[in-house]
Each structure stands twice: as structure tokens, then as C-alpha cells.
Design a protein around this ligand. Structure first.
Ligand SMILES: Nc1ncnc2c1ncn2[C@@H]1O[C@H](COP(=O)(O)OP(=O)(O)OP(=O)(O)O)[C@@H](O)[C@H]1O
Ligand SMILES: [Mg+2]
Length: 235
């Protein structure tokens, strides 16, 4: 087990947002956290990364309890977080943005990522390598933030709504990029509202609603579960 979240309760001030959230991700898996607007997806990811630490419960990475550690320390352990705001450096080129992502990572023992390897997964970035970040489209920026995160050699990448606001054709391409990452062994946890996209690529799903995990299981089981889809996903 690479990531294990046990009964996490998270608050913003006095507002109780997450209720006993538990989830697990094994090495090599592509796992999605599905939920509507305001369901608690971002809060779950921020809690895991230590940005909004849970009040109770535990986050374990490779069995080590990392709850309460500062976000930079959690990142150094090997969790790469791609928030939903695609924060790239607009005045740096694509290549420079990627170079900035180089970091050491505690558990990583594969071949370290290089910019050329990133270009193999995201060929579009190679074409744009000398372009300034600020001129990229939404989809290109998303690829760049993921590429930059991979440059830190994480063992697990956590993506918050990676395809939100992207055009259908871009989403389709994105699905292929993520599958390629999975194929080469990258472990991925992502959140989404886009059910079609998520079901087309994930191995397993968690469904969150009002801060509680309402369902977890395989994609095939979720496809057949009309109640869960109707009640929590509006499809
Ligand atoms: N900084 C904050 N202070 C107080 N409440 C917050 C804060 N951020 C989020 N919330 C509340 O926490 C709940 C969960 O929000 P969260 O952003 O985790 O949901 P989400 O699933 O990521 O939604 P979205 O799809 O809109 O990104 C919502 O009710 C939201 O209003
Ligand atoms: Mg969110």
C-alpha cells in the first residue's frame, strides 16, 4: 500500500467538512475520487498533502504516519500534488518550468525523470518548449504542471480535477496521457466531476458526497450501480 488514509476528519475553522474519510491506493494503481461541486474532493487532497491537516485520523505513506507533517516534508516523501489552479510560471518557458520541478524524493528508486522523458509522454510540450508558460492553453498548462510535478520524481501523483474546463478532444488526449503514465508504473490518485473521463481510465473509484465516502469499488461495479450514480453523481 503506497497511500492509506484512515478515518480523516477535517475542518475549516469550526465547519466540519470531511467525515471519517478513508481511502487506499496501491502501487501502480490509477484511482479516482469522484464527486460533485463542493463534495470535498479538494479538501481531501489538501488534507492528504498537509495543506489543511485533518483534526483526527491518519494519512500513511508507505506505512509511515505523515499526518501533521508540513506540506514540503510530505512532498519530499514522494507525493506530488497538482492543484486545480494549474500554477505555472507565465514568464518562464515550458522547458524552464519543467527544470524548476527537479527535486529529490525519498522513496523513489527508479530512473529519475528527465525533460526528454516528459516530452515522450507529452509530445506537445516538446513542440512548445521555448514558449512562455503564460501563452499556453488550459490543456497545455495542465500537461506542464503534471510534467513539472513528475520532474520531482514522486512515487504518487495527486491530481485535482485535471480535465476541468478542457474541451472534449483535449480531455480524450489527456486520458491517453494518463494511461501512458500508468503503463510506465506511475501511481495516480485524481479527483473529478467528469464521470465519463474517470470511468474510462481508472482502475477503482471512490465517490464522495457531503464530505463522506459513499461508495468504493471497481469501475465495473460502479458502472452497474445506478443508485450511486443517480444519488451522488447526477448521471
Ligand atoms: N476555505 C474554506 N473555508 C470554509 N469552507 C470551505 C473552504 N473551502 C471549501 N469549503 C467548503 O468545504 C466543502 C468542500 O469543498 P471542496 O472544495 O473540498 O469541494 P470540491 O469537491 O473540491 O468542490 P469543487 O468541485 O467545486 O472543486 C464545501 O462545502 C465548501 O464550501
Ligand atoms: Mg475542488
Amino acid at each position: 500500500m503506497i497511500l492509506e488514509v484512515d478515518n480523516m476528519n477535517t475542518f475549516y475553522g469550526t465547519s466540519h467538512i470531511l467525515f471519517d474519510v478513508s481511502l487506499q491506493v496501491s502501487r501502480g494503481e490509477l484511482v479516482c475520487l469522484l464527486g460533485r461541486n463542493g463534495a470535498g474532493k479538494t479538501t481531501t487532497m489538501r488534507s492528504i498533502m498537509g495543506l489543511t491537516p485533518p483534526k483526527t485520523g491518519a494519512v500513511k505513506f508507505y506505512g509511515e504516519n505523515v499526518t501533521g507533517m508540513p506540506p514540503y516534508a510530505i512532498a519530499q516523501k514522494g507525493m506530488g500534488y497538482v492543484p486545480d489552479n494549474r500554477l505555472i510560471f507565465p514568464d518562464l518557458t515550458v522547458r524552464e518550468n519543467l527544470r524548476i520541478g527537479i527535486k529529490k524524493s525519498e522513496h523513489f528508486n527508479g530512473e529519475p525523470w528527465t525533460i526528454e522523458k516528459i516530452f515522450e509522454i507529452f509530445p506537445k510540450l516538446k513542440i512548445l518548449e521555448k514558449h512562455f508558460g503564460g501563452y499556453l492553453s488550459g490543456g497545455e498548462q495542465q500537461m506542464l504542471t503534471i510534467g513539472r510535478t513528475l520532474m520531482g520524481n514522486p512515487d504518487l501523483i495527486i491530481l485535482d480535477e485535471p480535465v476541468e474546463g478542457l474541451a472534449p478532444l483535449v480531455v480524450k488526449d489527456f486520458a491517453e496521457r494518463l494511461l501512458k503514465l500508468k503503463e510506465i508504473g506511475v501511481t495516480i490518485l485524481f479527483s473529478e466531476q467528469n464521470v465519463k473521463f474517470s470511468l474510462s481510465i481508472a482502475d477503482r473509484a471512490y465517490v464522495i458526497d457531503k464530505g463522506r465516502i459513499r461508495y468504493h469499488g471497481t469501475i465495473e461495479e460502479l458502472r452497474k450501480n445506478e443508485d450511486v450514480k443517480r444519488n451522488y453523481l447526477m448521471i
